[in-house]
Design a protein around this ligand. Sequence first.
Ligand code: 7TS
Length: 416
Amino acid sequence: MSHPASAPDDPYDVERVRRDFPILHQQVNGHPLVYLDNGATSQKPRCVIDAISDYYLRDNSNVHRGVHTLAARATEAFESARTRAQEFLRAQDSKEIVFVRGTSEAINLVARGYAVPQLKAGDEVLITEMEHHSNIVPWQMICQETGALLRVLPIDEQGELSLDQLDDLMHAKTRVLALTHVSNALGTVNPLAQIIRKARDKGIVTIVDGAQAAPHMRIDVQKLGCDFYAFSGHKVYGPTGIGVLYGRMPLLREMQPYQGGGEMIRKVSFDETTYADPPYKFEAGTPNIAGAVGLAAALDYVDELGLERIARHELTLLKYATAAVEKVAGIRIIGRAREKAGILTFIIDGVHAHDVGTIMDHQGIAIRAGHHCAMPVMKKFGVAATTRASFGLYNTHQEVDALVSGLHEVREIMGT
Ligand code: 7TS
């Protein structure tokens, strides 16, 4: 594996970091690419690309089944990726790590496999108003099926959770609390430890959507005290199609699989099947082995660079960008939480977010325009869509400057 640009105690050298990402060094529409859509997916360092191609060039085989050398190597690579994910999340046991396609699949697995067998009509599932659709729709689906009720903790005008309403919404009927660590539409970082402690005291099972947290901050599931935690590989500089569900072992033992097939069984006959132990009973079929290998390389990369240093760099960018963007006339920033990760969302008076996105693209700047799969957040702030710049570990102050001059250009072109 190639090593990231600098050791944890060096000053953060973003230009060296950028050299690890081949895709960044290109022109788009005649301008240097400015990639500010990391909330959707992040770019991959060469060590991740190499790990995947080396796996296919040297070790490819199926896992857990063969006695031959390549099968042993593939199994070893896959299982050490599991251990790598365990270390990344500070989980107690690598068997608490289930490989899935991504955050969406992880939440669906918990909703189907854990919540459905527990829920009765009249029970309640609590989510928040800032959830991504991935942490709304699966709960809605199973509430319809079981007769449970979906309750929603509101957000305030700053884009923070209204914690004063939490006690009223957590009561004897509440079985599950599903909430995001970081909002993809607002950037808000939620005070998870405090919320989870309350839930645990009331015997409520907690699942955290960590899709927007894993790339930006150190996560320790044991300190957080959550029951489940999910994240996607592709947002943390790893490949698409691989993600992680962490679950506390006693709950994984109780949880039912929702896909049957090879790899997940202990014994099969036509009368009866007994399942393998966790995590294997949730991993039917041939898994995304190369994806897991790439994910492990990505976790090595961010850990070697240092998540604390990455967070510091991104927060400097966010502060710089917030100050510059709010000076542009006619812009309103949505999401003013006291604690935010590297996400800046805004609207420009009289200009549709999609027009902003298109004009920016003409200048080589990749940002996202739309509802960000968080329609309830849009509704709360009375807008149909917003523009979002989301920062990653390779973004620079010059790129923020490009974003701001792009916004001036938008206002000129649109005549606002
Ligand atoms: N949860 C949050 C908070 C997210 O931001 C996303 C993806 C997901 C869940 C779903 O992750 P997946 O890997 O299963 O798709 N968010 C975004 C976004 O903000 N723009 O594009 C995808």
